[in-house]
Design a protein around this ligand. Structure first.
Ligand code: NA7
Length: 559
């Protein structure tokens, strides 16, 4: 084992959790309930993960608040009061703080500490985890709860360092208020973050120039306050609602379509799309018909409906055309929800630069220079996205059996069984890891499903006195092929999206989410556990020092 003898001797716990976002704090709660001494390390100076870092103006969840929240505590459901249909970032952060306080979680969370390395010792079957503050911790289990979209990608625009004005990144927004009043501002990027921040900056800035590489499909959020009567009514049916969420395909309680978009008349289709447009829900349009994500012709009917809405909203038809997404199917890049996004381009001080026609060549001291001209600005906001799915996992130097590094093993794309564990990296779990349903679902519901499965697995191992769980290259291979096969039956892999890693130059192109639905996935995970952890290998015996229960293993345990 690679131990730095100069640093203080390591402490011992049962489990280390990496990240104190929604996944990490729930994992801590569950493991502690099972009596595991657990340490959580969080790089930020507060808990909250995504909802700590993405504090830019306009940041909101685009899943409804009443649905995007933990389901594990009926008391929590009853006491927490959501104020809006779509909660703002500060409100979600307050909620996560409340959860941390209510379940007394903070005492086991170490902030401002980044896990840099984790090395598995095959002899003792423990991980040694190192941090950037020089701490070392030895633990039987490591749970990576580091987030699917938490490592901002390098915007990759040359010359950024030479800019004389202020530079901001939506994913690393400063804590203090940024006042754009009277300033000339550039926003680069028009994904969910760009679409949310652009109308907010337009309210203050003297000039706003939006640099768009790919036009996004975005739908109106129709956000509104939640009144007391609606909240009371929802709380009364929360037990039913939470059960339905857990049974659902995507973690939300919604009606699923039964007919093809091509089976109905144009009038009927337009009426259905109009009703979805009015609903103000991220998935409403895609759920109008069964085949929008599998048939290009069907998809085009919805895409064209949205383009017509853009033309009807944006006064200048040339700008409307540039804002109209083309070249990829609706839904194959993550759609956005917005408040007045398209209407913002009717403001006289807002302009759109289409990078498809005039790409950025460099950032200069004065502003952004495209192939056409230089755009002088006082501030540049990068809303350029993340190294999603794998970035936060490969950022840690994870060294498993035989000295193998996770980042090398995943060079050609992530390899994982059920998105939970990678062969050769025993006792190391990933919450909403690559090749699980993750970002295609309501993340809160997926997080709970993974955390609970991991907790049950760890509890089982301890009860049986089993030291190690690993998966096999065969199980991983079979799962990867299954995920790829399901994806290939859809339009998803046809787009150059962050779902496939295409947004990060040099990253392997693999569709990284399980499209089969959370219901089907949940059933598979449960069956695997019930069948004695099929596809996993359980081996070794724990000693008394592990505080584990009896040592009579029920399943096939290798020495
Ligand atoms: P996204 O959805 O990855 O959006 C990033 C945007 O930035 C997108 O429009 C990109 O264009 C654009 N981009 C990225 N790099 C560049 C460069 N170098 N030049 C110009 N434009 C660039 O990230 P978000 O933060 O908006 O949302 C991420 C997810 O977080 C969101 O979907 C929710 O799940 C939460 P591209 O499309 O790559 O051509």
């Amino acid at each position: 084992m690679d131990i730095d003898s100069a640093s203080p001797s390591p402490t011992r716990v049962d489990a280390v959790v990496v990240g104190a976002g929604a996944a990490g704090i729930y994992q801590l709660h569950r493991l502690r309930e099972q009596g595991l001494r657990t340490r959580v390390f969080e790089a930020g100076d507060d808990i909250g993960g995504t909802w700590f870092w993405n504090r830019y103006p306009g940041a909101r969840c685009d899943i409804e608040s009443l649905s995007y929240s933990y389901s594990f505590s009926p008391e929590l459901d009853q006491e927490w009061v959501w104020s809006e249909k779509y909660a703002t970032q500060p409100e979600i952060l307050r909620y996560l703080h409340h959860v941390a306080d209510r379940f007394d979680l903070r005492k086991d969370i170490t902030l401002r500490t980044r896990v840099t390395r984790a090395v598995y010792d095959e002899e003792s079957r423990h991980w040694e985890v190192s941090t950037d503050t020089g701490e070392r911790v030895i633990a039987r289990f490591v749970v990576m709860a580091a987030g699917c979209s938490s490592t901002p990608k390098d915007p990759g625009v040359p010359g950024a360092a030479s800019f004389a004005g202020d530079t901001y990144q939506t994913a690393r927004w400063p804590r203090e208020d940024v006042d754009f009043a009277g300033r000339r501002v550039a926003v680069i990027g028009t994904g969910s973050s760009g679409v949310q921040i652009i109308p907010e900056i337009a309210k203050r800035a003297a000039e706003l120039t939006v640099f768009q590489r790919t036009a996004a499909f975005t739908l109106p959020a129709r956000n509104r306050p939640i009144d007391a009567a609606e909240l009371a009514e929802h709380k009364a049916r929360y037990p039913w609602f939470r059960t339905e969420q857990r049974r659902s395909k995507g973690g939300s309680v919604v009606e699923m379509p039964t007919v093809s978009a091509l089976e109905v008349s144009e009038e009927e289709r337009t009426a259905a799309y109009e009703s979805a447009w009015q609903a103000g829900l991220l998935s409403a349009m895609l759920r109008s018909y069964t085949d929008l994500l599998v048939d290009e012709r069907a998809n085009e009917t919805a895409a064209e409906f949205i383009r017509a809405k853009i033309r009807a909203t944006v006064a200048d038809q040339e700008t409307a055309e540039r804002l109209s997404p083309r070249g990829f199917a609706f839904g194959t890049k993550r759609p956005c929800l917005d408040t007045d996004y398209y209407a913002t381009f009717n403001e006289p001080h807002v302009r759109l630069v289409d990078l498809g026609r005039t790409p950025i060549e460099e950032i200069t001291a004065k502003g952004v220079r495209t192939s056409e001209r230089e755009w002088p600005v006082d501030a540049i906001v990068f809303a350029t996205g993340f190294d999603s799915f794998t970035g936060s996992l490969t950022a840690v130097d994870i060294v498993g059996k035989d000295g193998a590094r996770l980042r090398d093993r995943w060079a050609a794309g992530p390899r994982s069984y059920l998105g939970l564990m990678s062969a050769g990296f025993p006792n190391l779990f990933t919450v909403t890891g690559p090749l699980s349903p993750s970002v295609l679902t309501n993340m809160m519901v997926s997080i709970e499903q993974h955390v609970e499965w991991i907790t049950d697995c760890v509890t089982y191992l301890r009860e049986q006195g089993v030291a190690e769980i690993d998966t096999t290259p065969e199980a991983e291979e079979e799962w990867g092929a299954h995920v790829a096969e399901l994806a290939a039956g859809t339009l998803y892999p046809t787009a150059a999206s962050w779902y496939t890693g295409a947004n990060v130059p040099g990253k392997a192109r693999v569709f990284m989410a399980y499209v089969g639905g959370l219901d089907r996935y949940r059933a598979r995970c449960a069956a695997v556990a019930e069948e004695g952890y099929e596809g996993f290998v359980l081996s070794g015996r724990t000693g008394a020092a592990d505080g584990a229960g009896g040592v009579t293993a029920a399943g096939p345990v290798r020495p």
